[in-house]
Ligand binder design. Structure first.
Ligand SMILES: Cc1cc2nc3c(=O)[nH]c(=O)nc-3n(C[C@H](O)[C@H](O)[C@H](O)COP(=O)(O)OP(=O)(O)OC[C@H]3O[C@@H](n4cnc5c(N)ncnc54)[C@H](O)[C@@H]3O)c2cc1C
Length: 381
């Protein structure tokens, strides 16, 4: 495995870093307070090619390999302080674009994938329900075949991008007696009769990433809106979770790097008892832990990207990356508040927001407990 990046990869990451710093960070304290989604920023990201990084050129994308895509997502996560916008983008890239790319028909790819890459369409991924989160298989959403149509009923909740989405991938069971083997994925549009996208759910962090419910009430859709074959929903879900668990967290790694750099600078500049607080062992230890976590997270992520670029599946490693990086980011952002002291507790210093944003990482794409359960099952425990 070669750990050096090419000049082109470095240049692309640098361009994205410059773009994010110049275009995506303005007025963030207000936008976070008001839970405002940056639609203008989203469009600018599409113009920059971010929604199409890994999408083949045939659908308007850049056709980058995963290693390059991860490098760019890491750069974006570091330079864009709007963790909510970065999360919304990543949620679409990994859990909407990837399944359509891998499982969609040519027509679905031309319509939905191209629309997302161009920034015209925003996509969402609807699996969770009010009574089934970790136990996704226990979903109540149903799809009944009716000639060359399906009729869908159900409620999906905690759906990232829901309030602003033009369409969503939703999962429903066509044959509940078959349990997992009945679960099927469908593409539903916002304007289809019977579909409603609920209002924003207020949340503690990632506030600029809108989240809401999707309600399906007797939604009659043609069978051409089915994504992949009947009963392939869990296969599709697991494949997209493998991408999401590993690669959403590339941007989190970038955010950890930003937190670390800010803390290091502050610890060296801030003087108490006549010397920099970085000279005090408890402060230095926190910085050392952050830097070690960044190094380990980077190794794990790029190993997965490299392996997947070489056709290998990495579901256990993806669960490990998700677990490790999300927990490390929560620790780093909490330590950051401590290193900044009273200033870290103020909104003005924009450190407390990093912590509120980081906590979501332990919940979405499967909680930390569920990642441990998954890793255990891969180890035969
Ligand atoms: C910011 C954010 C964005 C999200 N975006 C989306 C999205 O776009 N699409 C979507 O479909 N969903 C989304 N979700 C939902 C997310 O996937 C669920 O919140 C998550 O899977 C947990 O489900 P739950 O909230 O119902 O918690 P529960 O499943 O009720 O879990 C509650 C607690 O019990 C623990 N627990 C449950 N089962 C076990 C077990 N077997 N062993 C040990 N502990 C267990 C959990 O770890 C957790 O601590 C999002 C959530 C968040 C916070």
């Amino acid at each position: 495995m070669d750990f050096t990046f090419s000049a082109e990869q470095e240049e692309l990451a640098r361009a994205v870093r410059d773009f994010a710093q110049a275009r995506l960070n303005e007025d963030l304290i207000r936008r976070d307070r008001e839970a405002a989604f940056n639609r203008e920023g989203w469009t600018a990201c599409a113009e920059m090619g971010l929604q199409g990084l890994h999408v083949p050129e045939a659908y308007g994308g850049q056709g980058q390999d995963l290693t390059t895509t991860v490098k760019v997502c890491e750069a974006l996560g570091e330079a864009c302080h709007d963790n909510g916008l970065v999360f919304s983008l990543n949620a679409q890239i990994w859990s909407v674009e990837m399944p359509i790319l891998h499982f969609g028909t040519e027509e679905q790819k031309q319509r939905y994938l191209r629309g997302m890459v161009e920034g015209r369409l925003i996509g969402a991924h609807g699996m969770s329900e009010p009574d089934s989160g970790s136990d996704a298989l226990a979903m109540r959403a149903r799809a009944v075949k009716d000639g060359d149509h399906y009729v869908l009923d159900g409620t999906k909740t905690f759906i990232t991008n829901g309030p602003v989405a033009d369409f969503a991938i939703v999962f429903a069971n066509v044959r509940p007696e078959l349990k997992a083997l009945g679960i099927t994925a469908f593409l539903i549009d916002r304007d289809m009769p019977g579909v409603s996208f609920g209002p924003k759910i207020e949340k503690m962090g990632l506030r600029t990433s809108p989240m809401g419910e999707i309600i399906l009430d007797n939604v009659r859709i043609p069978a051409t809106q089915r994504l992949a074959r009947e009963g392939a929903g869990m296969q599709l879900f697991n494949a997209s979770m493998e991408y999401e668990r590993a690669f959403i967290f590339a941007s989190h790694l970038g955010a950890m790097r930003r937190i670390y750099e800010r803390c290091r600078r502050h610890a060296r500049e801030r003087k108490q008892f006549g010397q920099s607080i970085s000279k005090f062992t408890p402060v230095a230890d926190k910085l050392i832990q952050m830097r070690m976590d960044i190094e380990l997270a980077q190794l794990l992520l790029y190993k997965i990207a490299w392996a997947k670029d070489h056709g290998q599946e990495m579901p256990m490693e993806a669960a490990m990356a998700k677990l490790f990086i999300s927990e490390a980011q929560v620790r780093a952002s909490l330590d950051a508040i401590q290193i900044f002291g009273g200033y870290g507790f103020t909104v003005e210093y924009e450190v407390e927001r990093e912590h509120r944003d980081a906590i979501g990482g332990r919940l979405y794409s499967g909680t930390s407990e569920i990642q441990r359960k998954l890793i255990g099952s891969y180890l035969g425990l």
